[in-house]
Design a binder for this molecule. Sequence first.
Ligand code: N01
Length: 658
Amino acid sequence: MFPGSMGLDALKRDDGKSSANLLDVLSADPAKLRASLEEADAATLMLVLVQITGDRSLLARARPHISGPMNYHEKMPVELRSEIRMRLADALLDHARTGKALPPIPDGEDLREMLSIAVGEDVSADYVSMMREDLEAIQPDPRGLNWRHEPAPEKLAAFPVVIIGAGMSGVCAGIRLKEAGIPFSIIEKNSAVGGSWYENFYPGCGVDTPNHFYSYSFFLNHDWSHFFAKRDELWSYFEDATDRYAIREHIQFETEVVSADYDDASATWTVTTRTSDGRTEQLSAKSVISAVGVLNRPKLPDIPGRDTFAGVALHTAQWDAGLDLSGKTVVMIGTGASGQQVGPTIAPDVAQLTILQRSPHWVVPNPNYFAEVSDGMKWALAHIPSFARWYRFQLFWAFADGLHASLQVDPTWDDGGKSISQINARHRLYMERYLRAKLGEDSPLIEKVTPSYPPYGKRILIDNNWFDMLQRPNVELVTDQIAKIVPEGVVMADGRTIEADVLIYATGFQASKMLAPMKITGKQGRDLHQFWGPDDATAYLGTMVPEFPNFFILMGPNTGLAHGGNVIFITECQVRLILACLQEVLEGDAKAIDVRHKAHDDYVAEVDALHANMVWTHKGLTNWYRNDAGRVFALLPYRLVDYWKMTKDFRREDFLLS
Ligand code: N01
């Protein structure tokens, strides 16, 4: 459609949730429209108003009042908020009545200015094309596979793909392959989809990236009950996506992939599977996509006597749904993202909770963390054109790229290792002030909970009443070293025995052994784990390893995010790259695509060079993102917009077709 003739409905992309005609919805109930706008974020509404009216004078008026992060509208004068809401309602109703054309979707400097004002910071021109992709509502979605020369059905039928895992990333890959007409099956070890969100159901389990960002770009959910949903709602979301795109029929549940072996001559993968009742089977595939994730094999600490404990011991990721903790004496080891959700949730029920902390985490408050999404906000997300996309960008900035500068080391900055730059120091000051305000200036807890390392060195956690919990009479935070575990509980280095009925291991995952325990062999029997060594996984764009043709890794090496971000965004970028690779094979004469050694090595060298100047390699800092040699194998050093571009712009010269 010629942009100048665009109407309101054209701005509403098919997000898979509601397809009612927008004009009908708006004109049917003007009172509902006005009431809903009262509950929706005025800064976000302002962006929609500018977009659909072309009246850019509002930007200058709003600019002084918008600054991050989140809840931007609260800083706006009440009169300005009212004016925005009134004018937007009038504009939408006018469009609904007259059907008149909208101005073209902003581009170039106009869009860059809007993006900057949306988040109250200068946003570079790099974000313009990415945001255009979100606003344009182009169908078919450019993030899917759009054939230049659609292969014959027989050719597609002869190219089966096996996806390993039906978690968030495997389902995403399945959806896109299905759209492209490429046959696939998904092998899933569990009896349900959802991966981490299926396996983890410890008390308080939920997300710490806001849901309106932490969701597939093509399957927005406008009905999240909370800004930060808990596990059941998240799991349902992935179940819904599986059904909406009819992926379930492709999944073989309760089956594990044991190995995948490539045969050079036939360019075929043989995938060996084992069902939960022990039967093995072999599948033939032209391509294999590993979507097994990285945080799925619990790590139990190597503490002497661990097996001697006489009570109930369990890891957060292997929770017992029938476990009743009321009145129990509980010891929890670990204060990372899982521990900080478990602790405050169980503390009111247990007789005594002792938390054994090896090192503290930085904790930040978030005004929306416990908040419900109002009905008006849900309505606006579902019905106001582009509102959900603008809101998503504001979250993207506040939880991802807007934080990227605070991860960079300023070599001239020296405050004794407490921070890495002026901006990083500002974050430190903010969080120190917060924890002091929560605990009281004289609290002996302050020293225990204040990290010595810079902010973002480990994942920053959103305050889930952690500091309130620590002040409960039945909670104790112990920071001494653990000596051993005995039948009655845990013995500390100073000889104190802390008795326990229940011992909770909130001790994280074996992240460095990527793709284990599967055995993957590529060209000429090359073994993936031998290539990587025990803990040094690498891949081109985190996705491809040389001499493993047509083999792709989702959420692979250096694709994780520890400062916030959204792994669904990363997965969608990776799937786009995979689709481009498969397109090269299927539209041409080649049977397989492989990444060149040089492209892989150059990429890894660049990743390492970037990491050398980022917070995660800070001297003395420990985290699970690095291997024994100190190399950051887990995290992406780039801004999300960079990774989006690198995976979108297919560099044919980086690949070998055979
Ligand atoms: O695991 P972790 P997690 N003795 O590795 C401690 C995602 N996630 O399950 O910091 C004593 O972060 C260890 O201490 P230290 C998210 O990506 C997200 O909590 O190494 N303590 C640490 O305190 C996250 O990053 C969400 O000194 C020992 C803790 O155990 C990732 O999963 C929720 C120890 C482990 O923390 C992993 O988080 C949950 C020992 N021997 C998970 N060994 C949300 O989105 C380890 N520790 C909300």
